[in-house]
Design a protein around this ligand. Structure first.
Ligand code: G3P
Length: 219
């Protein structure tokens, strides 16, 4: 399973990329606002840090405007990095129209705010490169979020659909394990959860004991 980092925090992206575990990045308007940086600063740097799909979200509501916004975003990225941009588009009729046009133009799309398998199926039909089911937000309202990932994977496998499934709105490390066991293509994970994934108290105790015992060894 590929790991994307779900943040617009450039320092976090740089640090986690240095661990060798980052295959891509997803952002959204909330994450950009939280980073405290301007959108321009983020897009100027993010493509230099990670050589993999980078999702940037449009905020227009009409298909025609989404397409224009997407093209304007693409034009802001240097030629050598353009292959990595994925335009994040919300699932609704206008979003589907925009995905159809962008996919014909060869621009990658990540259809976001997916809360049902049927939404994912329609996004894939329209030509989405990626679909992003938001599992944590479903869990929040008492629905089993991971179940729609299972349904989407099953449908996509049945019909050899190439659209990749990004498990998004991940809230804890168990979500990542579940996504990988289902065979999702990608999990997009907030930095805090990646840090929890690498940590185990027995590892810390083990390192401390080895270092303490090493001091007793005659060098
Ligand atoms: O990738 C989508 C993600 O950023 C949404 O997460 O925690 O706001 O539901 P959350």
């Amino acid at each position: 399973m590929k790991i994307f980092v779900d943040t617009a925090d450039l320092d976090e992206i740089r640090e986690l990329a240095s661990w060798g575990i980052v295959d891509g990045v997803t952002t959204n308007p909330t994450l950009v606002a939280r980073s405290g940086r301007s959108f321009k600063e983020i897009i100027d740097e993010i493509f230099d840090i990670v050589d993999g799909p980078i999702s940037l979200e449009v905020v227009s509501e009409k298909a025609e405007d989404m397409v224009k916004e997407a093209e304007s975003l693409v034009s802001k990225i240097s030629e050598k990095h353009r292959k990595n941009i994925a335009i994040k588009i919300p699932i609704n009729p206008e979003g589907l129209k925009a995905v159809k046009v962008l996919s014909k133009k060869g621009i990658q799309t990540n259809v976001t705010l997916i809360f049902s398998a049927n939404q994912a199926l329609l996004a894939a039909k329209a030509g989405a490169t990626f679909v992003s089911p938001f599992i944590g937000r479903l869990d929040d309202i008492g629905q089993e979020g991971m179940q729609i990932v299972e349904e989407i994977m099953e449908m996509f496998i049945n019909y050899d659909i190439e659209t990749e499934v990004i498990v998004a709105s991940i809230r804890h490390p168990i979500h990542v394990i579940d996504a990988a066991r289902i065979g999702a293509d990608i999990a997009t994970i907030p930095p805090g959860i990646i840090r929890k994934m690498v940590k185990h108290s027995l590892t810390d105790v083990g390192i401390e004991k080895f270092l303490k015992d090493w001091k007793k060894v005659k060098k």
